[in-house]
Design a protein around this ligand. Structure first.
Ligand code: C2O
Ligand code: CU
Ligand code: CU
Length: 508
């Protein structure tokens, strides 16, 4: 694996050298580009593709085509619903969150070594309300360093849990912050420098729900575990012993697994009533993109993005989420014919992610309000000049942002607290075409102003903290930080992040 990636890196370097030699410029005309593609293709063919790792590279992002397919769910296990974490104290919101090791029976009769928060695998749901003062006692019970990062939460750099907030084995830290943002579905995961991907892969991930007056008055389905369902989608590879062997499965360009887990459940199914059901989708995988779709082709309605409700519900046939993106969708099971079996599938490979069993019981007859939020892009924001440029480039372990790899000692950008700036993010293609990079910024929710100069699609006109960027695509966002501190921005393909596709913005 190591030698393979070295070889690929070498080819990559060589090709760049040749390219700049004959074009004098990396922005070569299309003709030369296709030449280069052919050349690298034939070089690839010269390699031996016998081992599984090679296949993973071939089928992964290297060839920019097919990604290894997921084994679809047989539906034999009822979906696990993560517990809601209870506050330690009645008067205040005080939580204890422990990162720990454990064993989990993912496969019947076998224990798999896993990581989890307050349990052996994944974590509970933390519930906040806008305006709450929250205290969290974070405890590292692992044998290695970790951090507790609150993805999407607008907290100061001190509380954010980035690589600078590392806890050694046995250490704990009490953090405290105020919840200043609107209702949304966020999540938490570790962020230690260079080790994020492995720790998330082993099971460290949990959800955060924020509620506010608006969310409580909209009348959307909100019975937890019944018609308001958290869904963490992940793909993993298990070895012969049914263990997660990260170093064997690891791919520098993003670890893709062949086994689909939803909330850590293998072969899950979800039993629902004949009613509207709200699904809170999180792509919690290291690298895989999911395009969620109903097997019947029926449409559903998206009500929320990463950081809050959309202004209006958006009807969709499918939705793509890249790693770390969330969406809340509502499926109306009272309107669907379930005789031939309903399931959520991954359009990318046709695999069944989550079969639904629709019970005869009809539930509440709720409706989705036409007005849910009022987020808009102001004239002023539209006319702001671009003040930060971010260029994403590379693949495998050759990934960079603005030509540089992460350096914890280097501040890449500064921005004033409470001031909106426009960032322009460009995904620069390589000679193999390039790949999608999901770009994420800590400590803030932002608005997408444009994609390649065009208005973003309707279902992206809401608060976002992560955004999928296609090769050669330019995205403009308006972002304001409410708090101060040093925040990471990075590609959320976790191996890219660990390989240095990350920078730091200091807000003061
Ligand atoms: Cu999901 Cu840097 O985080
Ligand atoms: Cu984050
Ligand atoms: Cu990336």
């Amino acid at each position: 694996m190591k030698r393979k990636s070295l070889l690929i890196s070498l080819i990559f370097l060589l090709t760049i050298l040749v390219l700049s030699a004959c074009a004098g410029n990396v922005e070569s005309p299309p003709e030369e580009n296709s030449d280069m593609e052919q050349e690298s293709d034939s070089m690839e063919e010269g390699m031996d593709h016998s081992s599984m790792d090679d296949d993973a590279i071939e089928n992964g992002h290297m060839s920019h085509d097919e990604v290894v397919s997921l084994n679809g769910s047989t539906g034999e296990n009822e979906l696990k619903i993560p517990p809601l974490l209870e506050s330690d104290n009645e008067e205040e919101v005080v939580y204890t969150v422990r990162a720990q090791e454990g064993e989990t029976e993912i496969f019947d009769g076998t224990n798999t070594k896993t990581y989890g928060y307050n349990g052996s695998f994944l974590g509970p749901v933390l519930q906040f309300e806008e305006g709450d003062t929250v205290k969290i006692r974070t405890i590292n019970e692992l044998d290695e360093e970790t951090t507790f990062h609150w993805h999407g939460l607008e907290v100061s750099g001190e509380e954010d849990g980035g690589p600078h907030n590392s806890l050694k084995p046995g250490e704990e830290e009490l953090i405290e912050f105020e919840v200043t943002q609107e209702a949304s579905t966020l999540w938490f995961h570790p962020h230690p420098e260079g080790k994020t991907s492995e720790q998330v892969y082993n099971g460290l991930a949990g959800l955060i729900y924020i509620e506010d007056d608006n969310s409580k008055s909209l009348g959307l389905p909100n019975e937890y575990g019944k018609n308001d369902i958290p869904l963490i989608f992940q793909d993993k590879t298990f070895d012969d012993q049914k263990q997660l062997n990260y170093s064997a499965a690891m791919n520098d360009d993003g670890t893709i697994g062949d086994t689909s887990l939803v909330n850590g459940t293998l072969n899950p199914k979800l039993t629902v009533g004949k009613e509207k059901v709200r699904l809170r989708l999180l792509n919690g995988s290291n690298a895989r993109n999911y395009t969620f779709k109903l097997n019947t082709g029926d449409s559903f309605v998206q009500v929320a993005t990463d950081g809050g409700f959309l202004n209006k519900p958006v009807t969709l046939d499918e939705i793509t989420l890249t790693p770390s993106e969330r969406a809340e969708i509502i499926i109306d099971f009272s309107q669907l014919n379930s005789e031939d079996g309903l399931a959520l599938i991954n359009e990318e490979d046709g695999s069944i992610l989550l079969p639904f069993e629709v019970s005869g019981q009809s539930g509440e007859d709720s409706s989705i309000p036409e007005e849910m939020n009022d987020i808009s892009i102001t004239e002023e924001e539209m006319n702001l000049p671009v003040t930060k440029n971010v260029e994403l480039f590379g693949m495998m372990d050759m990934v960079t942002i603005n030509g540089k790899k992460f350096d914890p000692e280097r501040i890449d950008f500064t921005q004033d607290q409470g001031v909106t700036e426009v960032w322009e993010i460009y995904n620069k293609p390589d000679m193999m075409g390039g790949m999608i990079h999901p770009f994420h910024i800590h400590g803030a929710q932002f608005k997408i102003l444009s994609r390649n100069g065009e208005e973003p699609p309707e279902n992206e006109r809401g608060w976002k903290d992560s955004i999928s960027i296609e090769p050669d695509e330019t995205v403009k966002i308006a972002i304001q930080f409410k708090q101060k501190g040093v925040y990471m921005f990075h590609c959320h393909i976790l191996e890219h992040e660990d390989n240095g596709m990350m920078g730091q913005v200091k807000v003061e």
